[in-house]
Design a protein around this ligand. Structure first.
Ligand code: B12
Ligand code: SF4
Ligand code: SF4
Length: 390
């Protein structure tokens, strides 16, 4: 079968995948145990699917007992410029590199379908394909397939492509020779851990998704926890900080795939323009972007958090205009944004009754209602009268 494994590699590269490797589906037992610990500790937050698919995800053979090999591919989406440049432009929204082009699910899946069909025909076997949406553990499989290693930020790092590979997997009933597992080259480095704005990487190789800006801005549906909002800065969709600082990016190259070219709507858009979007406007602007997945209300929530963090009173009007928004999650974020830009008395003058308890709580906290946001501890006691210096 060695000949066929090599031809699969050639075929994958011809389809545009920069990295390809083969793993034994039985090779990720430790990852399964880790996944159980991660879910048991509630680190997945509101991603309930991680609980319901736990046993199927823990071992690819539970998902498909006939699977004998996993063909794992990586597609480079390396950025052209500095991926963190937009963080300094406070009146703009920073969108993570993975969402700056076309939706990678569509791009990877289209290529993977062709690869899977080719393998099925060439090997006379059955195949199933997976890109993110289906419940395989893609990073541990990519490590087992020799594509790279899971770095301390938990993502797969490649010596050839750095941090910027999307992953996809084809399971097959063919028995193919597995590659050598990728070796860990993190060494003493901890740049990603130190760069994380919210402390989500709470130990090397451990992530608490509930603190990760990517989770908070994309997956979380309700209000973002108040204590994490300031650290989010102007990141309005995902986060690249831990990926961008990795020293292995010195080998990274800009994406070849044309579909990943920077789209105008994802190029540091103005926060004030985004805050004014209604539903139809949102759908028109983000029709071809992965951002459409979170919907208008969640994006505006993120935009208003960024406005609150901008420290620029010129943006306050954009937030004020959203105080009467139809979506509670947007009204609540608007209250928070204004509480950061205006003096309390000015905001208090706009307070109205809100039947949504989460918005009422935002008002109370913003105006420091002691029932919601306990007053800061009393001032330090007055200094004791000094003993007579004489
Ligand atoms: C859920 C998910 C998320 C969640 C949780 C991420 C996470 N690290 O768990 C959130 C929304 C936060 C997220 C964010 C991002 N994601 Co994501 N995500 C996924 C998804 C769907 C499943 C990942 C998963 O199973 N996590 C569960 C944990 C337990 O597994 P793990 O991450 O492999 O962690 C291993 C170890 O580090 C260790 N471990 C980690 N934490 C803990 C905690 C404890 C207590 C223990 C014991 C062990 C342990 O155990 C695991 C197995 O050995 C995959 C696609 C897929 N189907 O695999 C994409 C995927 C991982 N995401 C991807 C991307 C690009 C991102 C972002 C960069 C997007 C962005 N720019 O905003 C960020 C990166 C954040 C980060 N540092 O991880 C790519 C990564 C590509 C690559 N080169 O690695 C994937 C593979 C999608 C794809 N098809 O390309 N993602
Ligand atoms: S994506 Fe951002 S918030 Fe999440 S772990 Fe990486 S640096 Fe931290
Ligand atoms: S930044 Fe350093 S510790 Fe983090 S993944 Fe890269 S090499 Fe490993």
């Amino acid at each position: 079968m060695r000949g066929l494994a090599e031809r699969i590699g050639e075929r994958a590269r011809a389809l545009g995948f920069e990295a390809v490797g083969i793993a034994d589906p039985a090779a990720i037992a430790r990852a399964g145990a880790n996944l159980r610990a991660y879910v048991a500790q509630g680190r997945h937050g509101e991603m309930a699917w991680m609980e319901s698919t736990l046993e199927r995800r823990a071992d690819p053979r539970a998902l498909w007992p006939a699977a004998k090999s996993a063909v794992v591919v990586g597609l480079n989406y390396g950025p052209r410029g500095d991926p963190l440049a937009a963080l300094a432009r406070k009146d703009r929204g920073a969108i993570s590199v993975y969402a700056q082009g076309a939706d990678y699910h569509d791009v990877v899946k289209a290529k993977l379908r062709q690869l899977a069909a080719w393998i099925a025909a060439a090997g006379g076997c059955e195949v199933k394909l997976f890109v993110d949406t289906a419940p395989l553990m893609e990073k541990p499989l990519a490590e087992a397939a020799g594509i790279g290693w899971q770095g301390k930020h938990t993502n797969l790092v490649s010596r050839d492509w750095g941090s910027w590979l999307f992953l996809g997997v084809v399971l097959t009933t063919l028995e193919l020779p597995a590659a050598e597992r990728g070796q860990d080259h993190c060494g003493a480095c901890r740049a990603c851990i130190d760069a994380c704005p919210t402390g989500a990487i709470d130990a090397p190789y451990r992530l608490d998704a509930r603190r990760c800006v990517s989770y908070l801005t994309i997956e979380r549906k309700g209000p973002i926890p108040r204590d994490l909002r300031p650290a989010i800065g102007n990141r309005i969709y995902g986060c690249d900080d831990c990926l961008a600082v990795c020293p292995w990016n010195k080998f990274a190259q800009a994406a070849r795939e044309l579909a990943f070219a920077l789209r105008p709507e994802a190029s540091a858009p103005r926060l004030a323009d985004l805050a004014a979007l209604d539903d139809a406007g949102f759908r028109a602007v983000f029709a071809k972007s992965p951002i459409k997945r979170i919907g208008r209300d969640r994006l505006l929530r993120n935009v208003l958090v960024a406005i609150g963090n901008a420290g620029d009173e010129a943006l306050a009007e954009a937030a004020r205009a959203r105080l009467g928004d139809e979506a509670g999650v947007v009204r609540g974020a608007a209250v928070w944004a204004l509480s950061r830009l205006w003096p309390r008395a000015r905001l208090a003058a706009l307070r109205g009754a809100d039947s949504d308890p989460s918005v009422a709580a935002e008002w109370a906290a913003a105006l420091a209602d002691p029932a919601i946001d306990p007053a800061p501890p009393a001032l330090a006691p007055p200094p004791r009268p000094r003993a007579n210096p004489a």
